[in-house]
Design a protein. Structure first.
Lengths: 114, 112
């Protein structure tokens, strides 16, 4: 089984709808991240969490919210989806510690907002 | 602030050709540097990394050397295969936040 899983893998929704993307991990890592990927822009950080009680905004958090339900689960919500939130969304995890460790990515969720 | 710049793609090569994908960075302090690869329909996978100046990361025939004097971390492979077709991301990590800053990605297409 994959270490980092994301659901759903694909989602089409309409403008104004609320949608939640879910991420689960079995790596035992404390740190979790949400990114979005857009062509030509690479990956941009939306939110990150160092543990259940420590959640931080990334560079593009407007229009998004997150919930860290447990060490293993980190959900991303779009309260009122808009078309420019159409993108590929990735969840990632990494070890905790005093330096930057490599991150482990889920397979991604392709979200289309019509 | 910290940033990463990669050469624009797509890069199209014939099988067994030599590959270079340029990556330069701007950062304070002593960042760690990474190359990630994204195969079609999949998430990103760590390809290689280097954590200090002059370190060489290597994996699956790919190499990159951390050059502090030129603030670069170029990815190279001596002989590419069709199976290397993917998007390659250079990334930088600095400090104790664990955050990575990614370049825009370079698409590599290898033709038989």
């Amino acid at each position: 089984d994959a270490d980092v899983t994301q659901t759903p893998r694909n989602r089409i929704t309409k403008t104004g709808k609320r949608i939640m993307l879910e991420c689960s991990q079995t790596k035992g890592h404390d740190r979790m991240y949400w990114y979005r990927q857009d062509p030509g822009l690479g990956l941009r950080l939306i939110y990150y969490s160092f543990d259940v009680k420590d959640i931080n905004k990334g560079e593009i958090s407007d229009g998004y919210s997150v919930s860290r339900q447990a060490q293993a689960k980190f959900s991303l919500s779009l309260e009122s989806a808009i078309p420019n939130q159409t993108a590929l969304y990735f969840c990632a995890t990494s070890e905790n510690g005093g330096k930057t460790y490599e991150q482990y990515f889920g397979p991604g969720t392709r979200l289309t907002v019509t | 602030g910290n940033s990463v710049t990669q050469m624009e793609g797509p890069v199209t090569l014939s099988e067994e050709a030599f590959l270079t994908i340029n990556c330069t960075y701007t950062a304070t302090g002593y960042p760690s540097l990474f190359w990630y690869v994204q195969y079609p329909g999949e998430g990103l996978q760590l390809l290689l990394k280097a954590t200090k100046a002059d370190d060489k990361g290597s994996n699956k025939g790919f190499e990159a050397t951390y050059r502090k004097e030129t603030t670069s971390f170029h990815l190279e492979k001596g002989s590419v295969q069709v199976s290397d077709s993917a998007v390659y991301f250079c990334a930088l990590g600095s400090g104790n936040t664990g955050k990575l800053i990614f370049g825009q990605g370079t698409t590599l297409q290898v033709k038989p």
